[in-house]
Design a binder for this molecule. Sequence first.
Ligand code: PLP
Length: 399
Amino acid sequence: MPNKITPAVRTNNITYAVRDIVVLANQVAKSGKEMLYLNIGDPNLFDFEPPRHLVDATYKAMLENKNGYAPSSGIKEAIDAIEREAERKGITNVHDIFVTTGASEAIDICLTALVNDGENVLTPTPGYPLYTAIASKLQMMENPYYLNEENGWLPDIEDIKSKINYKTRAIILINPNNPTGSLYTEENLRQIVELALEHNLVIFADEIYDKLLFDGKKHISIASLNKDVSCITFGGLSKNYMVPGFRIGWGIVSGRKEVLADYIEAINKILRARLSANHPEQYGIKPSLEGSQEHLVIAMQKLTRRRDLTVEMLNSIPGISCVKPEGAFYAFPRLHMKQPDSHFVAELIKETGVVVVPGSGFGQVPGTQHFRVVFLPNEQILEKAYKAIGDFYQKYLEK
Ligand code: PLP
């Protein structure tokens, strides 16, 4: 028997619950069971469509043979459009903008350019698992701060303060949050700015869902609150413009130039080494940001009905409570039980075909159990799924 190829230790802790759960769902689907998928945050798989002018601009760029490598930071037309978008978001003191293969790549590059082995980054918990995966890769320590479910999933500033140490380099904010759908308040954001300035932290503001807001809520970009704080604001076309398969995102660096200069150069070294992001798709950025936003109006009407149904039906199940999401298309209901939520979810999928993601895949306050639902499917599917979850949960608790 030849020696096995051993993978690098840094991959040991990489999990991505959102996709990992699909392995089990596929096995169950093979048995012929009807499946209800409430696990995938891709609007295109449901009745949501990207704006036509975005697709047309990309197609036109392909026909015009904009099919070579792009400049490493992105094409000028897109960078200029993102700069104007930053202005609309109230972000001033911008020193660099770069287009990447999804916001995911921008986040990866900016962490890689910042954090040394053994240093740590404050990550919202529950939060999006990409950060945990990058942390493992970089052998950087995650320093989780807890979002408070009793307070609409807002961060607890005292908790953050108590966790900052001399090896803390950055604080990550996902606003609106995945998986909770919560929106940070201005007071919260101002407190985080103060901490970042005091401890020389870089704020990573993941604002990929900033246009998907309910009930007329206004989004506040943390970078707009202080022109001196070092901040990278991440955005992209995946969610607001519903083309996650285009893999187009960006980072906007703002703050004091003299503080950020070396860091910006390090980011650009990595950008150059990886050549460029997708080229023709970058021609969709300007039309998206500056063309008609009608698709958002239609999407938010649908999503509001689906969000309301989700909160109402889940809260009517004894032993489940669900905070009302204020943005994005996720809810993170709590299961008031002792069993691990991964067990609950696996049994739920096998028994009912309803696919959700266990809360443990997003990190959570120890001792609490949750699951994440994506409320992109239509009302009939959601109703059927929540009814099945309610019936299953009662039986599960009696076992
Ligand atoms: N950030 C958050 C909070 C997300 O939920 C996601 C995708 O689900 C991403 C980033 C990834 O975005 P992109 O498709 O632009 O890489």
